[in-house]
Design a protein around this ligand. Sequence first.
Ligand code: FES
Ligand code: FES
Length: 159
Amino acid sequence: MTEHEISVTVNGTLHELKVESRTLLVTALREQLGYTDTNVGCESSRCGACTVQVDGTPIKSCTRLAVQMDGASIETVGALGEEGKLNPLQKSFQETHGLQCGYCTPGMLMTADAFLQTASDPSREEIREALEGNLCRCTGYHNIVDAVELAAERREADQ
Ligand code: FES
Ligand code: FES
């Protein structure tokens, strides 16, 4: 079995680790580096529960090999907000009841956060399109769209 040495920065911390050729990014994050805030759902690119940001772009971490991430900067949902203090997007999810069981929420937040970096005044349709790769089996999506819309409105008001 071939092992590769890679270095990645996760939530601002540099890590050096050895990974097998077949190790998925989500597996390295959770099992080797302890970032269990990234959830695993389908492991086949359908649900989006495993979404993280790689160099600012949301990707499903079950679809990438860890070895491909050498030198990358990765953010998991733990990068949002601070200990005991929700960021505006997290707060919007809380206020609009944008989650129930919460299993999809880390992925939803990472996709929505990246989307809001580029879309300042999105329509509900645009929000739905941005989140179409993230599945939620609890909420029916309506409150999630409300949450992202509210976060976008607050960002606009703060600028
Ligand atoms: Fe990665 Fe479902 S676990 S898309
Ligand atoms: Fe349960 Fe989305 S809140 S899957």
